[in-house]
Ligand binder design. Structure first.
Ligand code: GLA
Ligand code: ZN
Length: 656
C-alpha cells in the first residue's frame, strides 16, 4: 500500500528536482509517475532521442528511495511530427483536421503515428529495461475511443465491417438499412455515424462504430505493451482510465495490461438531494471489477479542480486523506496524487496539486503528509483483497447503447446500477461490479440492471447462475436489443422471459413523473422513469402498481427457477425501496447486514484469508458515531475501540 504523486520534471527548473524528491521522501511518498506528456523533450528531433535528463530525474528519485512509474509519452506527439505528417492528426466529424495546441490529437489508427509511437516506446523500453527504479509502465494517458473521421479510420471501419459481414448486402440486412433509403450499394458509402444529433443515426451502425473505435484503442494498448514486455517481461504495465465521453471497453482494454489504473476525482460538493449519488465507492468497485483484482489510482484529487471549467471549491478538511483511504478501502493498492505541485504555466495552471503555486506547504499538504503516515501503517494489509457476496453487472456495450438512445427522462444506465450499489453500501456490504461474462458462481446475489443488449455468452452465464442456485435481480429495459442493437420481435424481456416467469405486456416511459407501487406486505413506494406492466406465467407478484391505468398489474415479480430465484423489477424507484428490497435479499441469502449505520458511512472489508480489516469511512458532512459489537484494534491509532467516532470524511480502520 503506497502513496504517490504525478510529477512533471519537464515543467520545472532542474534545480527543483532534488529539492522536490527530498521533500517527497520526507513526506512519505513512495511512487512518482512521470513523462506521459514529455515526448518533445525525449525526442526533440526526428530520431534524436534524449533520455539523459530523464535518467537524471529517475536517478534522483531512486537516490531518495522513490520508485518510478514511467509512461509512454505518446499522448502528446511533438509539433515537428504533426508538421511533417499532418495526416496523423485526428479528423473531426466535419471532415477537418482538429486544431493542434491542446493534447492527444493523434489518430491511433494512423500507421505513421504508430510507427513513431512504437519507435519511442521501443527506445525507452530498451533504455529502461534493466533500471530497477522503474517499477511499472503506463501506456499513454486516459485513452479514449475517439471517433476520428480521417481516411485511415474510415477505411479501417469499412474493412472491419467487411471482415465481419462479408458483403454490403449482409451489412444492409444487419443494419436494417431499408429505413430512410439507407442502403449501401458500395462499401465506400459507409460513413462513421458522427454527425449530430447522434440520436438520428442508425443505432446498429453506432454500435459497430463503437466496437471499432474501442477495438482500435485496445489494439494500440496491446501493441505498445508488447514492445515494453519484449524488453522487460517482468515489469508491470497499466494504462490510466476514467469515465469519459468515449469510454473504450474496459474489460478488453485492461486484458492487454497487468493492472487497472483509475483517475479518481471525487466530488467536493455534497448534494442535498438524498437520491443524488455522489460517492465514488461505485466507481472504485467498478475499477476493481474490471480485472476482479486490486487496482491503482493513478491520479487522485489534490486541490481545487478547474482550468477549462471554473474552479470547484477546495477539498474540505479530511477529503484529501479520507478519499485516498476510501480508494484503498475499495481495493486500491496505490494512490498517486495529481499532482505534486500546481503548474505555473499551461492550460492546467488552476488544476491544483498538493502544493500550491507558491510552493509553500499549506493545509492540503499537511493533510497529505498525514495520509502518507497512516498508509505506512497499512503494510500489514499487503495481499489483502475484497471478497464480496454481491455482484452488480456492468456492460460497456449496454452503456454505449443507452448513450446512443436515451430511454426516458432521468433514466441513466449507471444510475440504475448505483441504486442497488448504494443500497448495499447502506448495510456495509462489499459489492463487486463485474462483467456479465464474469464467473458468478461465488456470489450469493447478482444484480443485472437493465441488461439491454443480448449477448449469448452473457445470457447463458446468467441462466447458469440461477440454475445452480443463485439469486438474481433483473430490471426494466432488459433483453430489449439483439447483439446488433436492433429491437426484437418478441415480448420483453425476450431471452430472459423463461427465467423471469413473466412478460411485459406494455410499458410506460413516465420519465420524471411519479407513481406508486405496493409490495406484497402492503408497503408503498414511489416509482418513476419507467413502468413495465407485467403478466405472470410461473412468477408471483412481489409488488403491484397502485395507480394509473395499470393499477393492480404486477410491477415486480419473483420466480423460482431450477435451484435459484429470479426477481424482475419492472420500474425505477426511490432509494427507500432499494434499501427495503436489498435488505430482504441480504437477509434471505444470509449476507450479514450492519443495521443503523449513520447516513453516508461506508464500510468495506479487506482480507488476506486470515485477518479481516474493516474500513469505516464517513462520506458525509456530519459527525458519525458507530458502536462495535466488541472491542476492535484500530490500525490508525493503535488502540482498542468499542465505538468509532468519525468527523466528516474521516476514516477508521480496525482489525476484526
Ligand atoms: C486527467 C489527466 C491529467 C490532468 C487531469 C486534471 O485526469 O489525465 O493529465 O489533465 O485530468 O485535469
Ligand atoms: Zn483517424
Amino acid at each position: 500500500m503506497k502513496i504517490g504523486v504525478d510529477y512533471y520534471p519537464e515543467q520545472w527548473d532542474k534545480s527543483l528536482w532534488s529539492k522536490d524528491a527530498e521533500m517527497m521522501a520526507r513526506t512519505g511518498v513512495k511512487t512518482v509517475r512521470i513523462a506521459e506528456f514529455a515526448w518533445s523533450r525525449l525526442e526533440p528531433e526526428d530520431g534524436r532521442f534524449d533520455f539523459a535528463w530523464l535518467d537524471e530525474v529517475i536517478g534522483i528519485f531512486s537516490h531518495f528511495g522513490l520508485e518510478t512509474v514511467l509512461c509512454t509519452p505518446t499522448n502528446c506527439p511533438p509539433l515537428w511530427l504533426y508538421e511533417a505528417h499532418p495526416e496523423i492528426i485526428q479528423t473531426g466529424a466535419d471532415g477537418k483536421k482538429i486544431q493542434t495546441g491542446i493534447r492527444g490529437h493523434r489518430c491511433l489508427n494512423s500507421p505513421v503515428f504508430m510507427a513513431y509511437a512504437k519507435r519511442i516506446t521501443e527506445e525507452m523500453a530498451k533504455h529502461y529495461a534493466s533500471n530497477p527504479s522503474v517499477v511499472a509502465w503506463q501506456i499513454d494517458n486516459e485513452l479514449e475511443a475517439y471517433p476520428c473521421c480521417c481516411d485511415v479510420c474510415k477505411e479501417g471501419f469499412r474493412s472491419y465491417l467487411t471482415e465481419k459481414y462479408d458483403t454490403v448486402e449482409n451489412i444492409n440486412k444487419v443494419f436494417g438499412n431499408s429505413v430512410w433509403s439507407g442502403e449501401y450499394s458500395n462499401i465506400t458509402q459507409i460513413e462513421p455515424p458522427t454527425a449530430y444529433p447522434k440520436a438520428w443515426q442508425n443505432p446498429a451502425l453506432c454500435m459497430e462504430y463503437y466496437r471499432f473505435t474501442s477495438d482500435s484503442t485496445v489494439k494500440y494498448v496491446k501493441v505498445l505493451s508488447s514492445i515494453i514486455r519484449r524488453y522487460n517481461p517482468k515489469v508491470k504495465i497499466t494504462t490510466n482510465t476514467w469515465f469519459c465521453e468515449n469510454m473504450p471497453d474496459f474489460y478488453k482494454m485492461f486484458d492487454e495490461v497487468d493492472f487497472v489504473s483509475y483517475d479518481n476525482y471525487p466530488p467536493v460538493r455534497i448534494p442535498e438531494n438524498p437520491d443524488e449519488f455522489y460517492s465514488h465507492a461505485f466507481h472504485l468497485d467498478l475499477m476493481r471489477g474490471i480485472k476482479q483484482d486490486n487496482f491503482w489510482v493513478m491520479e487522485q484529487l489534490s486541490g481545487p479542480t478547474g482550468s477549462w471549467a471554473p474552479m470547484a471549491p477546495s477539498p474540505k478538511p479530511n477529503m484529501i486523506k479520507g478519499y485516498a483511504l476510501q480508494a484503498i478501502a475499495h481495493g486500491a493498492d496505490a494512490v498517486v496524487h495529481f499532482r505534486w505541485r500546481t503548474a505555473l504555466t499551461g492550460a492546467e495552471m488552476h488544476w491544483h496539486g498538493i502544493l500550491d503555486h507558491s510552493n509553500v506547504p499549506g493545509r492540503r499538504f499537511f493533510e497529505f503528509a498525514e495520509l502518507c503516515k497512516t498508509v505506512s501503517k497499512l503494510s500489514i494489509m499487503r495481499n489483502t483483497k475484497i471478497v464480496s457476496d454481491v455482484a452488480i453487472l456492468y456492460s460497456p456495450e449496454t452503456e454505449y447503447a443507452f448513450k446512443v438512445q436515451p430511454q426516458t427522462e432521468g433514466f441513466y444506465y449507471f444510475e440504475q446500477l448505483k441504486y442497488f450499489h448504494s443500497a448495499f453500501t447502506k448495510y456495509g456490504a462489499n459489492v463487486d461490479v463485474v462483467s456479465p461474462d464474469a464467473d458468478l458462481s461465488a456470489y450469493k446475489v447478482v444484480i443485472a440492471p437493465s441488461l439491454y443488449l443480448n449477448k449469448k455468452s452473457e445470457t447463458e452465464n446468467i441462466y447458469r447462475y440461477v440454475i445452480n442456485g443463485g439469486t438474481l435481480v433483473l430490471t426494466a429495459r432488459t433483453g430489449v436489443k439483439d447483439k446488433h442493437n436492433n429491437c426484437i420481435m418478441d415480448t420483453l424481456p425476450t431471452v430472459f422471459k423463461e427465467l423471469v416467469g413473466a412478460e411485459v405486456t406494455e410499458y410506460d416511459p413516465i420519465g420524471n413523473s411519479e407513481q406508486t407501487i405496493m409490495d406484497f406486505s402492503g408497503k408503498t413506494f414511489k416509482c418513476k422513469q419507467w413502468c413495465d406492466i407485467l403478466k405472470l406465467s410461473t412468477a408471483r407478484a412481489y409488488a403491484e402498481y397502485a395507480d394509473s391505468y395499470y393499477r393492480c398489474c404486477p410491477a415486480i415479480t419473483v420466480n423460482e427457477y431450477c435451484k435459484g430465484i429470479a426477481y424482475y423489477v419492472g420500474t425505477v424507484c426511490k432509494m427507500d425501496f432499494y434499501e427495503d428490497f436489498v435488505g430482504k435479499l441480504m437477509k434471505q441469502n444470509g449476507i450479514p447486514r450492519l443495521k443503523g449505520l449513520p447516513k453516508g458511512v461506508e464500510v468495506t472489508t479487506r482480507t488476506n484469508g486470515i485477518d479481516e480489516y474493516i474500513f469505516f469511512f464517513n462520506n458525509s458532512e456530519q459527525n458519525a458515531s458507530i458502536g462495535l459489537p466488541k472491542a476492535m484494534y484500530s490500525i490508525i491509532d493503535s488502540t482498542g475501540k468499542e465505538r468509532i467516532d468519525l468527523k466528516p470524511f474521516e476514516m477508521e480502520i480496525v482489525r476484526k
